[in-house]
Structures are given as structure tokens and as C-alpha cells.
Design a protein around this ligand. Sequence first.
Ligand SMILES: CC(C)(COP(=O)(O)OP(=O)(O)OC[C@H]1O[C@@H](n2cnc3c(N)ncnc32)[C@H](O)[C@@H]1OP(=O)(O)O)[C@@H](O)C(=O)NCCC(=O)NCCS
Length: 187
Amino acid sequence: MLYGDRIYLRLMEEKDIPYKVRWVNDPDVRRTLNVDYPFSEVATRNWLQKVSADESRRDFIVCLVEKDFPIGYGGLVNIDFKNSKAETYMAVGHKEYWGKGYAADIRKRLLEYAFKELGMNKVYSYVWSENEKMINLNKKFGFVTEGLLREDVFYQGEYRNIYIMSLLKREYLENNLDPGSLIGERP
Ligand SMILES: CC(C)(COP(=O)(O)OP(=O)(O)OC[C@H]1O[C@@H](n2cnc3c(N)ncnc32)[C@H](O)[C@@H]1OP(=O)(O)O)[C@@H](O)C(=O)NCCC(=O)NCCS
């Protein structure tokens, strides 16, 4: 498990499926996610069976320490041990927990896991160009925008622009893990 002060991340289990299905079917949560919907429990169960044996990814459920209660999910996918890089994803599924710093807590734990535990050299993230929250959060942690993928995905009736953002291990170590210590924004 990955422990923080307020949250912990554990690998996703069958018992977590109803939470994930409810969250991803919520239009507000799904609005900035690149997922095929609607989501069903049976399809999610099949997906979990498959990915839990896949060494190239780690899929976590995020729980509040205080209430031992799931509020979101996140993980690493496309873990590439040869090139030491991985893609990261996350969502705070319970909207009432938005804006309280939980995404930052999740980001912190996932980066710690990727760089310190798995020995990754680079962590990257694909973000809708209109997802200001996620873009700001990534910048806060020192992520650099590598580029904009123009009209890359057709989603909910529109072609979407997507930023690819990344953080290198040396940048992560320079930032000393503490986003509060970052001054200004990287380009
Ligand atoms: C994006 C998401 C994870 C943010 O979660 P959150 O818990 O509200 O975020 P936090 O409270 O930890 O805020 C972290 C940072 O995000 C940014 N942020 C938060 N709310 C913001 C807003 N309304 N506008 C712009 N930036 C915002 C800020 O940089 C903030 O840091 P600050 O507290 O110093 O201002 C959440 O809204 C979510 O799950 N959305 C749906 C799924 C999704 O978009 N996932 C990401 C796919 S790439």
C-alpha cells in the first residue's frame, strides 16, 4: 500500500468495482477523462481480471485514511522498464472531495512510487487541454508540457486537443518532493 497522511492507495479489488463504475458514469467526472462509456460492473470486472496480471501497469483505488473509504483511483500504465518511463492517470471520483487537495496527495504518492519504488526516470500524463485543474496540478509538481496533440481524440461529439506533460526523476528530486517549494511555473 502507498500511505499518505490523509489517503492511502491500494491495488484495486473486486469490491471496489461499484465505486469505479459509479464515478466514471458520472458526467462531471467523465467530462475530462478519456474513457469509453457507459461503464458496466461486468465489463469492469473483466477488465480488472485482465489488468491485475499485467506487469506493465498498477491500478490503485484511493481511500481516505480517516474513514477507510474510497474516494478515487489512479495508477501507472504503460510501465516501460527498458526506457524507465510510465504514464500516470488519476481521478477523484467523489465530487464532494474535489478542491480539497486530494488530487495533490494522490499525485505525490504516485510519483514517489514511480521514481523511488519502480526506479522510473520519467513519468508522463495526457491531459485534455481544457482540464485546467489537472494542468495546474501537474505544473505544481514540476511537470513540463512537451507538446499539444491536436484534435487527437474524438470524445462526446468533439475532437479534443491533448497536452502531453512529463516529469523527469532529476527534476522530481530537485523539487524535493514538495510542490509547495516550487516557485512559478515551468514552460
Ligand atoms: C482533476 C481532479 C483530479 C482534481 O482533483 P481535486 O481534488 O479537485 O484537486 P486538488 O484539490 O488536489 O487541487 C490540486 C491543484 O489543482 C489545481 N486546481 C484545483 N481546482 C482548480 C480549479 N477550479 N481551477 C484551476 N485549477 C485548479 C490547483 O493547482 C490545485 O492546487 P492549489 O490547491 O494549490 O490551488 C478532479 O477534478 C477529477 O478527478 N476530475 C475528473 C477526472 C480527471 O479529470 N482526471 C484527470 C485526467 S488527466
